[in-house]
Ligand binder design. Structure first.
Ligand code: HEC
Length: 482
């Protein structure tokens, strides 16, 4: 190493002055730089930096922006870079610098670029590598997949590995594989106030054939001088970056003046029907136990919005036929348990009493007749935690973590986590890993207590866990490390 460096600088010195040496220069240069990124002395580095900033930075970025993580067109070997800078690629818009710099100066530029790229890549790797998160069963780091969002509410993975992201303020994004955010037109008009806005996105089970997807959102209506809203579901076909054939297939009744508890997670059941959660809209005492309104329930509909004939309350004059379960408060996480093929959800309790429940046809989950929590102001909501006829949760959080988003860990990328249920938390700002034994939660581990409010958690088809964090909105991928 030392002798080749010495050689390099001797060659460099020899070449520095003379025209006569120009020929040897280029062979000498490429030999010297052929070792990879030739190390530059402080003076050489300063000169290379000045030349780079004055002659290249305007087009390629002062800090080598266009070179870091570049897919090289012509190659990245020192020889190719040297030639490219010297002779340019005039037809591509890259000028030739043969008349501007000596070969030695070009060699320095090559080293400067290559060295800078490596340094930045190392720094990037260390930044994420530096924060290795330790869990009981495995260590992982966070790979930042998307930034520049505010409240990413939900993620869905397209068959081509692009991702759809809903931003609560109302935009549906496509995140391309090279991690660019693109806007998708045709999303519904939303009331982006309080907890409302553009909420969940779910692909049709046959998306790869029909490109159909579903969006849940806070629909808005003006009535008698008031702005009212409710949870609605739009079905649409994704065509490039546009939604087409939009159709509202569900609109919860009645609309309300409140701006919270929209629920809104969408999930397809093993029966092919669309299940979704509907929050109580703040109507604690009036909605969840009243089968005549949609609020405070889990619903089941067909993909076109029509009602399956065997829904539990079909044919009852006092009941909304889409209702599948009732006595729910505000569920912002739902996922199909791959081991049991049952839908699981979690819901926000009041002060204390967040729950994990298994979605069972016609069951009453008790809100607000029974609860493990108390009111936000400290007052009592119910004396009862359990009651006959009411399905007890399989897991309770007291105090509340404010759960949002959930995913069962599948595949082999996360040894030790397989089969665990991951749950994001808003107020407690963490990722809860629930270890399961059948329908029992046997252990809870709390992870990522330093990343912020976790709004959504998903498994990608290629077996990675993704989380969406809000304000600032960032999507991370959890990458296991040794
Ligand atoms: C007027 C703008 C401009 C300036 C100034 C400029 N370049 Fe370029 N350069 C380009 C364009 C355009 C390309 C073609 C590839 C692309 O589109 O990025 C290119 C390509 C290159 C490539 C090949 C990249 C590949 O993918 O193979 C290298 C290396 C390069 N430039 C280095 C330099 C250096 C070093 C300087 C300063 C001495 C410089 N360029 C100055 C515009 C410029």
């Amino acid at each position: 190493m030392r002798s080749s460096l010495l050689l390099a600088s001797v060659v460099g010195l020899g070449l520095w002055g003379g025209i006569a040496c120009t020929k040897t220069t280029s062979s000498g240069s490429s030999k010297a730089s052929g070792t990879g990124a030739q190390l530059l002395s402080a003076t050489e580095a300063a000169e290379a930096r000045t030349n780079y900033v004055n002659y290249c930075g305007g087009c390629h970025g002062r800090d080598l922006e266009t070179f870091v993580n570049r897919k090289w067109k012509h190659g990245e070997s020192p020889e190719v870079l040297f030639k490219g800078i010297k002779h340019g690629y005039p037809e591509e818009g890259m000028p030739a610098f043969a008349a501007t710099f000596t070969d030695q100066q070009i060699t320095q530029l090559v080293s400067y670029i290559r060295g800078g790229i490596t340094r930045q890549a190392d720094a990037g790797a260390q930044e994420t590598q530096g924060t290795v998160h330790r869990s009981e069963k495995l260590n992982f780091r966070l790979d930042t997949v998307a930034t520049g969002l505010d409240v990413p509410w939900s993620m869905a993975f397209l068959p081509n590995s692009d991702m759809l992201i809903t931003e609560r303020s109302g935009t549906l994004y496509r995140l391309t594989q090279n991690r660019q955010l693109q806007k998708i037109d045709g999303a519904p008009e939303v009331l982006a106030q309080g907890q409302g806005g553009l909420l969940d996105v779910k692909l049709h089970p046959d998306f790869s054939k029909n490109n159909v997807l579903f969006l849940s959102y806070s629909a808005v209506k003006k009535e008698g001088g008031q702005t009212l809203s409710t949870t609605a579901i739009m079905r649409a076909r994704l065509d490039g970056n546009s939604l087409r054939e939009q159709k509202v297939i569900f609109e919860a009744q009645p609309y309300a003046r409140t701006r919270h508890h929209y629920g809104s997670r969408l999930e397809f059941g093993p029966d092919g029907y669309l299940y979704f959660t509907m929050g109580d809209r703040g109507g604690t005492k009036v909605n969840p136990q009243n089968l005549g309104v949609h609020a405070g329930k889990t619903h089941r509909i067909k993909e076109d919005g029509s009602i399956p004939a065997d829904n539990p309350f079909v044919g009852r004059a006092d009941a909304m036929p889409s209702i599948y379960t009732f006595g729910n408060r505000n569920a912002q996480g739902m996922a199909l348990n791959p081991a049991t093929k049952e839908l699981w959800l979690h819901e926000h309790g009041p002060k204390g009493g967040d729950e994990v429940n298994i979605v069972k046809k016609g069951h009453n989950y008790g809100w607000a007749d029974v609860t493990y929590g108390i009111d936000y102001n400290g007052s009592k909501i119910s004396d009862l935690k359990q009651k006959s006829g009411i399905t007890d949760p399989i897991h309770v959080w007291v105090p509340s973590i404010a759960p949002s988003g959930m995913a069962f860990v599948t595949g082999d990328r996360y040894p030790g986590w397989k089969g665990s249920l991951l749950v994001g938390a808003l107020s407690f700002k963490l990722l809860a890993r629930l270890e399961l034994n059948g329908d029992k939660v046997v252990r809870e581990e709390r992870l990522l207590q330093d990343v912020g409010r976790i709004r959504d958690v998903r498994m990608s088809p290629d077996g990675y866990v993704y989380i969406a964090v809000e304000n600032p909105g960032i999507i991370y991928r959890l990458v296991p490390v040794k």
